[in-house]
Design a protein around this ligand. Sequence first.
Ligand code: 9UX
Length: 68
Amino acid sequence: MKETTLSVIGMTCNHCKASVESALSEVEGVQHATVSLEQNQVTVQHEDVPRERLVDAIEEIGYDVPTA
Ligand code: 9UX
C-alpha cells in the first residue's frame, strides 16, 4: 500500500469533496481517498498506480492539480 497526497485547486464545498473522493475511488488500484477542504488536498491510499492517473481522474471532473 502506498499513500499519495495531492494539492487540488477548486474544491469549495462538500459536494466537491465527495466528487473528488468518488472519482479517485473508481481508479483501478485505489483503496481510499480522503479530501481535506481546509488544506485543499486529497490523500489517496493505493496500490502501484501512476501519479498521473490520479491527477487525470481529478482533472477529468474539473479540478486542477498544480504541477511542481
Ligand atoms: Mo457546489 Mo462544490 O456548486 O463546486 S459542488 S461548490
